[in-house]
Design a protein around this ligand. Sequence first.
Ligand code: ADP
Length: 573
Amino acid sequence: MKTKTKLTFGVGALFVLIVLLAAVSTFYINNLKSDTDNILTANYNTLEYSRNMLMALDDVGRDTSALSRFESNLKRQISNQTEVGEGEVTRKIVADFNVLKSDPIDSAIHAEIRRDIAELTRLNMDAIVRKSEIAKETAESATIWISVTGAGCFLIAFILLVNLPGNIANPIKELTESIKQIADQHYDERVHFEGHSEFGELARSFNTMAQKLEEYANSKLEKLLMEKRRIETLIDNMHDPVIGTDEHGTVLFANHEAVNVTGLGKSELVGSPVAELAVENDLIRTLVREPTGRDNREDRDPIKVFAHGKESYFERETIDIDITPTGERQSRRIGSVILLRNITPFKELDSAKTNFIATVSHELKTPISSIKMSLDLLEHPATGTLNGEQHVLVDSIREDSERLLRITGELLDMSRLESGHIQLNMQPSDPKAIITYTVGATRTQAVQRGIDLVVDCDSDLPMMNIDAEKSAWVLTNFITNAIRYSPDNGRVVIAVRKGAGVLRFSVQDAGRGIEPRYRDRIFDRYFQVPGSNKSGTGLGLAISKEFIENQGGRIGVESEPGLGSTFFFELPC
Ligand code: ADP
């Protein structure tokens, strides 16, 4: 039965019973009322008239109004005859009263009237007893019927009270639970209230919906699995090693190349936390190492691995995967992908280039040196005297050969650095001696441009354990650049200051300065600020950086475009 029908039926029956109860009560109350009214008007009045007639009869002979009082009560009695036999007795009293009027002192007639009135009283008393019985019966059946109807009302109300709330609330509760399960993607959830009520229909519709969702989810799962397989195959076929981890650092996938270079089995890799793998495996340890963020050599250098039967070089890139779940604002990390880019071919080309540059610059150095020696011989008086023009030409050749020698020297240094053949010669060194040497080596250039070289050193500088030759090379490079980029007749200040555990060497010029966007790049190999003097190689600062960082120092520049630059390096003391 439908819930609506149940409710209509239950409440309707209750309503009908309440109306019935009211009708029955009204009916019986009315009955009781008419019974008592009946006794009051029909019998009580007759008794009243009879008493009055008896009193008037007693006064006949003594009171002149007695007969008329008797007559008036008799008249009322005539119009109030309600019981069987009452008419006959009344008519007898009327007849006797007529006799009494003609002979008021006749005691026989007095006695006759008294007997008649007594009969009248008895008739009405009997009627009162009988009518009281009827009223009592009416009251009893009223009690029975009102009780029956009341009990019916109570029964229906009780049935409704016990069944209705559960009938409505239980399915809603079960449905709410099931909806929650569906929301949690448990699509196999079903509701179980059957029947023909609205809830039965609701349950059937809900179950159909859940079934369709389940089918949809399964078909989606199949598609997802297909997509997953496709992506896995794609990653597997990539020539670069790829390792994916979840947010807890557990390996989720690793392609063939990753398995190859790490030397671990796929089953060993997948499902294991990288932190545990890193304990045993050097490569994994390098891969999961957090970058120091200090432009460190360790962060910059490619990772060297023995793979494919030779030394291979890889560049690491870690991509963090963040997602914003549906309905949320905050994104959260769900894992990361470690990508190793195989740069071995580039590395091989680079080392071929380095070898070539090293060979060429080495081969060029000897002839250039002999050109310089020949020039010296040419200028020597023993080989004859040169005229003015020849002197100018010889000077120009010397200048060019010196520049060539510097360039080949820088190229050779760079190639040595790139091939890792540079050796540091750390020895206790006097910073003042380095300053004196570099200023001496660059003085001629400064004088040619009318530039004043000013030395400003702290007093009592400590001895330092450094490679003095390479540090002097860097300082010379700073001063040469400062002279080159200063206006004629300018000033270059060479300073050495004591800091916390370091000595800071700096060269300040008042040249054109360096724009902020180029400040980091000038330490890169072969980089020259656009528009600057092209006679250099762009290697001086790159070599300087390597020399200083190899000694555990720090190199940098402070510059204000248009106002000048201060190049500095700090070395531990
Ligand atoms: P180069 O041989 O070109 O001087 P460097 O490595 O010594 O190579 O310098 C790289 C670039 O930095 C230069 O080309 C120049 O543009 C810029 N630079 C170096 N020193 C200064 C300076 N004192 N003032 C302005 N620019 C400078």
